[in-house]
Design a protein. Structure first.
Length: 175
């Protein structure tokens, strides 16, 4: 996204420093060699985001969360949702995309106590939790298989060959 929109500044956040090391080195190259002066990475868990990021984000994208971040976003855990909301400037958009295969990911689904994603679950359980922390216009949808190609992510490239993997999108806005 930073390559496609050089007029915007991007901050990538990951709790795993190893995941950031290689990509961070690439950022500091000259732009002609693939460097991106409009992007930086920060190693931090969503539970412990620095206060310096409060209110800065016009958009927050979470693509293919795993572990505690997946659990928190799909169960609507208040602490994590409040921290995500804290990042957002007025009018900001939150977009979360998950890709779960009910068979291959069964052990992780059970370990994290993830809900069955359905319209009823969203309306009754999840939407009120997002509203309670300041997100509005909360919507969810299952994306068609063709949507995989629009996701600029190494995980999307790895996962998109599996037709059993549901691609799910939750969007919300801060007013």
């Amino acid at each position: 996204m930073a390559q496609q929109h050089p007029e915007k500044f991007y901050i990538g956040i990951d709790a795993n420093a190893d995941a950031l090391e290689k990509i961070s080195e690439k950022l500091h190259r000259k732009p002609t060699k693939g460097g991106l002066p409009n992007a930086r990475f920060l190693q931090a868990a969503v539970e412990d985001l620095p206060a310096e990021l409060d209110g800065l984000a016009q958009e927050v994208h979470i693509q293919f969360p795993w572990g505690s971040l997946l659990r928190a976003t799909l169960n609507g855990e208040e602490r994590v949702l409040r921290n995500l909301r804290r990042l957002c400037a007025p009018g900001a958009c939150l977009k979360i995309i998950t890709g779960l295969d009910p068979t291959r990911d069964q052990a992780e689904i059970e370990r994290l106590e993830l809900p069955v994603l359905s319209d009823e679950y969203f309306e009754i359980a999840l939407m009120p939790r997002y509203h309670a922390v300041g997100f509005h216009n909360v919507q969810s949808q299952v994306l068609p298989p063709a949507a995989w190609v629009n996701l600029a992510s190494s995980w999307a490239k790895r996962l998109r060959g599996n037709p059993e993997r549901d691609l799910f999108c939750l969007t919300a806005q801060v007013t």
